[in-house]
Ligand binder design. Structure first.
Ligand SMILES: *Cc1c(COP(=O)(O)O)cnc(C)c1O
Length: 357
């Protein structure tokens, strides 16, 4: 019977390796530095008490609040179940299996490729340039055939770098009228001046992804936003499920966008950015650390001598990091989310202990 069931599964899904989310890998940690979540939790109370009615498909007040925050028009926003749903909806709406392709620039966030595989859409892999991690414009340019979507993560996860604004503008020009450039700004609050949001007016082929999961410390509610010109948002509204955003999610998300909450978010960002600077300085003193890549987000990518021993030993001590060794050009690298002051101190102390063994 089991064999029969397997045969019923689509071939691309049979072959699929699912996303290794931080909550799937297990572990008995008390110091979770592997999912780039906020280490500080922000308390919210639900204000709505009645739940017998379906929510609006697209919660209007939430859209207005986020539009104010992001500096775009209400009509340029789609609310989704995390930025992840935005990645998926774009493929659903724009990519024809067997005909169209996406461009994916590893090392980067895996979900662009995973969603393409699920939808059976061809993936053109154009790695970023080694060590600078900038996009390979020439190579992208000569591979645009059949490409509908180009996914670019900025700041890039897991390398932490910013993609040059000039390159992004050039890419938007080259692809105008042919492909969409989807810029995933999940971490943009940590480096707001690098946002491309002001180019939405100029480039109708620009699409941005945002989330409340990182700087807003709301990974648990699953709320993200797609920003694009109105025509794109209208198309996405055709393929989104009827009631994707629960009443409770809208309630909490609205509160997180109020003036005081936004100030608190910005203060948390400042604190985490300071923690990052501190952690980088401390790690530089550790003899196991080979290279630390410059980061503009709430994580750092670190190349280690004996990365496996480090990863395993810290794991056993309850400090869970993200192994990046299997990814393009990231041999011996671990990604470390920036934790609270205490978590950063804890990590540095355990690493010091290890280097004495
Ligand atoms: C965390 C992350 C996401 C997912 O965000 P959700 O809103 O939680 O779905 C998207 N893109 C990148 C690059 C991320 O790191």
């Amino acid at each position: 019977m089991t064999a029969d069931i397997t045969k019923l599964v689509r071939k691309n899904i049979q072959k699929l390796h699912p996303y290794q989310s931080a909550r799937r890998i297990g572990g008995q940690g008390d110091t979770w530095l592997n999912a780039n979540e906020s280490p500080i939790s922000v308390p919210f109370k639900a204000r709505i008490e009645y739940f017998n009615r379906y929510p609006e498909c697209q919660p209007n007040h939430l859209i207005s609040s986020y539009a104010d925050y992001a500096g775009v028009l209400d009509s340029q926003i789609l609310v989704t179940r995390g930025a992840d749903e935005g990645i998926e909806l774009l493929i659903k709406a724009f990519c024809e299996p067997g005909e169209d392709a996406i461009i994916y620039c590893p090392p980067t966030y895996d979900m662009y490729a995973i969603n393409a595989k699920i939808a059976n859409i061809e993936i053109k892999e154009i790695p970023t340039l080694k060590n600078t991690w900038q996009i390979d414009l020439l190579n992208i340019n000569s591979n645009l055939d059949r490409v509908k979507l180009i996914y670019i993560c900025n700041p890039n996860n897991p390398t932490g770098n910013i993609i040059s604004k000039k390159d992004l503008k050039d890419l938007l020009k080259i692809t105008l009228g042919r492909s969409f450039v989807v810029i995933d700004e999940a971490y943009i609050e940590f480096s707001p001046k690098n946002s491309m949001v002001n180019y939405l007016k100029k480039f109708p082929n620009l699409i941005l992804l945002r989330t409340l999961s990182k700087a807003f410390a709301l990974a648990g509610i699953r709320c993200g936003f797609t920003l694009a010109q109105e025509e794109v948002i209208n198309v996405l509204n055709k393929v989104i499920s009827p009631y994707p955003i629960s009443t409770l999610v809208t309630d909490i998300a609205m509160q997180s966008l109020e003036k005081k909450a936004l100030e608190n978010m910005k203060n948390r960002v400042l604190q985490l950015n300071m923690n990052r600077v501190w952690l980088v300085n401390e790690l530089k003193k550790n003899s196991y650390v080979k290279k630390i890549f410059d980061s503009h987000a709430n994580y750092i990518l670190v190349e280690f001598y004996m990365f496996e021993k480090i990863f395993q030993n810290l794991w056993e001590k309850g400090i869970i990091l993200r192994n990046q060794n299997h990814k393009n050009n990231l041999k011996n690298c671990l990604r470390i989310s920036i934790g609270s002051n205490l978590e950063c101190v804890h990590l540095v102390k355990e690493l010091k202990n290890l280097s004495k063994i």
